[in-house]
Each structure stands twice: as structure tokens, then as C-alpha cells.
Ligand binder design. Sequence first.
Ligand code: ZN
Ligand code: CU
Length: 492
Amino acid sequence: MHDLVFRNVNLLDGLGNEAFAGDLAVSDGRIAQIGDVGAGAKEIDGRGAYLAPGFIDTHAHDDGAFLRYPGMEFKLAQGVTSVVSGNCGFSAVPADPTKNSVAASGGILAGLEGEFTDLEGYFGAVLERSPAINNMMLVGHNTVRSLVMDDEKRAPTSAELSKMQGFVSKALEQGACGFSSGLIYRPGRYSDTEEVIELAKMAAPYEALYTTHMRNEGDKLLEAVDESLHIGKSSGVHLHISHHKSAGKPNWGKVKESLRKVDAALLAGQRVTLDVYPYTAGSGRMIEYFNLDRPNLELAEVIRIASCPAFRQYEGRMLSDIAQEKGLSLEDAVRHVLTAPKGQHTICIHFIIDEQDIETNLAHADMMVGSDGIPDLRGRPHPRLFGTFPRVLGHYVRTRGVLSLPQAVRRMTSVSATTFGMLERGVLKAGYWADLVLFDPATVIDKATYDDPKQEPEGIHAVVVNGKLALRNGKHTGVGSGAMLRYRKTAY
Ligand code: ZN
Ligand code: CU
């Protein structure tokens, strides 16, 4: 007798093949049988819905969320069963419990607390809380650099560099899938290309990744792509470009040129991959985008406040409206928010991306999907936190036809699992871990909006994580069967 059987479903294998009708059985956490299967202790009639491998969020900032919200409802409800955390150079580890890494990350690591110092310790702390989904980790440049050099605006000494290399190596040894950078952020922006190469090199012996939030995503996007390709090549490491976009109206359309550069590198034999989120707004720490002496007014114009511990009443409002209400110039409104106590922790949403560029990105072969959701649930987070995957399936596949359903599922499952070294996941295959999502391609859609962002999507009927039902009929079961994943190795 199997533990769980799905009957009357269309199976999407995650490899890009067309769906086929059949049943699927789960036993001992793994897919036991596909096709014609025996009885299950629990049976679910799929009524013609589609069963696919659980979606993989390649770009998450859930390091702190796994401790603060172990139910991970905002991801689970999208059909996401695994995430890659530690992106944009900010990661839970290495950590010094006597220092405040949440503050150093400007809120991106919100929720992070505990006595751990390394990846094993962090994974242990998360597992104690029985997380609902799986987590793979990157080790972040900004985090490592703050720990070793605080906020120094200079190149590291050779002693500092080897200390940083030691932290990166240790995390990789303990199972991180790579080294991430966020070169627009502090303190990553103070580093030169050489420093990043020397750190990325640590990933080479593990055949792990270098993922990057590039130094520039707007006026100097193409230069930043060149720098990233150079870092990948010089360090001999697989380069993954995070949330590929061209920011700011004058730059719209540039993603085509930047994808051409990536294609050329691929042709030349370099390993390069990318991900994108399906929204025209970005989101991040507001302080990073403004020079307080001369705030960029064009940007200030399109800023909306997501979460703001200094002024909760501003959450969900456009900065320009706040300025008007307060009788402030837009410049002064920027300063008003950012110079208040805790103002530096403000997370903003900025409308900077062209819709056509999103479609260009999604149409690119093997483009993966990463939410880049910042899991601070106290304010009004960017809707990508709750809506990314159903939005790709409902809007870009069903309504816009930018890519086919089997291809979209492939890019959200097997391509991501292979790239990020998630062993025996991402494909419907007997013997693989039973991470599954049952959904209806005709109705699946995101419900989260900028005004009302904490809305779970529709059309996701059931989610299974490591063989256990984590979501059924829109209800979270609270089982907590998530695992902490190690790159190309068995999970913790
Ligand atoms: Zn980023
Ligand atoms: Cu990010």
C-alpha cells in the first residue's frame, strides 16, 4: 500500500514534455510509481488537474523567514516546494551572534536570530522549527565582508581576503550551492572586480555557482554584464545573473543586448544562467537607491513604500503623495523617510521595468523564475512574494502565450533543480523526492496586488513536500516536512 496516490491527473514531468494522463504514487517521501499504480492509504482524485514537480524559487531572501515564518505560507500557496536563499550577497551565515546582521542587511534578512555561526548551525535552528518547504543556501558577499571588514570602503588586506575566503569555503563545504554578490549594496559596492573573483574562486572546487545582483541594472547594465561574465570566466565558476532587467525608462529594451552577450558566452562554452521575476516593479532597501545629498528625483517619483518601521502609516503609499500631504519637496520627502530613526530599514517598491522586457526575458531559453520576494509581512510587501509562480502560469503562459505550459514548468522545476544542485528533485520520476504541486492551468492566477499584496493565489489545489501533504484545498496542513538541502548531496 502506498502512502499517497494521485488519481485522474495530467502529469507534467518537469522535463518539458507534454502532459499525459495517469496516476502517481508516493511512499516514504519519494515518488514510488507513475502510470498505473496500486492503492494508497490516502487517495486524491485530481479530476483532470495537472500534477507537476513542486516549483523552485531560484531567488529568495527567506533566510530569516524560515525562522520567523516556518509555515512559509506565502511560498507554499504558490506551489513552491524549494527555495534558494542567501541571494544578493546577504545570507544567514556566516554569523556572529553578538552582531546585528539584520541591521547590516537593511531588513532583507528580517527575522534572523539565533546562536548559530555557520551553515550547519543555521540549518539546525531552522529544522527545529519544522519548516514547511525545502531550503538551499548561498553564502553572501555582503554578509561575509561586513563580518570581516565592517563597513570599510576599501579593498581588503590579504589577511582580510583570506579570512573572507575561509568563510565562503566553509559554507560551501557544509552544503551551500554557491557564492552570491549584491554589488549595488553596501558593503559589496566598495569591492573591486578582483576581490569578487578571488572569493568566487572558492566555488570552483565544488563546481558551485557565482550568483549576482549586478553592480548596475540600468545605465551601465551592459558593462555590469561584462563584469559578471569576466568574474565567472576568471574564477572558473558557473555564473548566474539574478533578476535580469534593465531599470529606468531610458534603458528599456537593453535586456535584448544583454541576453545577446549571455548567448555569445554560452556559445563560447561558458556556463551562464539567469532568472527573472514577472513584475514591472523592483523592491529593495530604499537607502541603497538614494544619495541623500542629491536624491534622484526621477526615481523618487516612482517610489512606493512597502515597509517602514519609522512610519508605519506610509506603508502602501507613493512617496510623491506623502510629500504632497506633508508639504515637502520630493527631495525632502526622501530625506524625511530615510533619516528618521530606523528610516534606513525602509523597504521600497519602485516601478522601473518595462513590460516588454519581462516577456523578452521569459521567452529566452532556459530563463528561470525567482520571486526576489522580501518576506517582511508587517508592511505591504511587493506582491511577487505571494504571486510570482501563479502569475507566470496564469498571465504569461495562459493569457499572453509567451511560453508553453510544459516549458514554463520545466524552467520552474528541472532546470532550476539541476542548476542549483538539488539532488533527485524537479522531475516526476520514480525514486525522486515527492515534491509535487497539483494545479489547474485553466484557472491558476496570482491574486496579490500592490494595494493588497498578502493574497494567496488561486488554482493551486494541493502541494506535497517530501511526500507529505503540505497544502490541500487551499488550506495549509501545517505538517512541516521541509528539508535543508546541500548542493548535489543528500539533505540534512
Ligand atoms: Zn537583488
Ligand atoms: Cu534579491
